[in-house]
Design a protein around this ligand. Sequence first.
Ligand code: CIR
Length: 259
Amino acid sequence: MSIVAITREVSPGVERCELTHLERGRIDYELAVEQHRLYVDCLVELGCDVVQLSGDTELPDCVFVEDIAVVLDEVAILTRPGAASRRAETPAVRAALEPFRSLEEIREPGVVDGGDVLVVDRRLFVGLSTRTNESGLEQLSGLLEPYGYEVLPVEFDSCLHLKSAVTRVAERTLLIQQEWVDPGRFAGFELIPVDPTEPHGGNALRLRDTVIYADGFERTRGRMEAHGLKVCTVDQSELKKAEGGVTCCSLIFEGRERD
Ligand code: CIR
């Protein structure tokens, strides 16, 4: 089974990115490009067919393709991102997805960022945030119900997206920052809490039997390894300053062409 990863080059304008919880700091563009190249190499090594889209100076956050779509086996939903500055990122992602999936889209007044959507089998946990509203959630639910998906709202705080606080790291296992999101919402899963000294360690990208994870969260990494998980780390020092993490920089899905 082929796995496709859509990625997008870092924008030369990345220093003008949206910021919600962080103060603006200097982002080394050249270093960000190099780190992103290594991230893409990691996806290739793990067996992905990477479709890399061109960056755009006018789209400072375009590297964070995760927010622009939710891709499921049967359909992909273009999200209408919550930050108006990011809506022009959609056409390139739409064109990249078209060969693979029939497309639906979230419409005004709905907004959704893909970073708020945690998909676990037929369930979508959707964070209500500054980027994802009730209308977006209801539209997601309406679009996906015919395919048998259940959309569940989740409240959280202290971070930009739900997946900054909780991500799936194995079939039945979630990595979670319990101070930001109520673990009770995820009954039935095995939970690995981030180490209390690493509050930003909740974002991990599961790819086949490996977890891609950012450098700098050694204790939480140890917790995952103690659960028998294989963890591969990447340096994201620069995109971290843009409030990005490992899941944000790709859209990963089974590479079936649409009928
Ligand atoms: C933004 O605020 O939209 C970007 N600077 C960061 C987006 C990160 N995306 C994600 O966590 N899915």
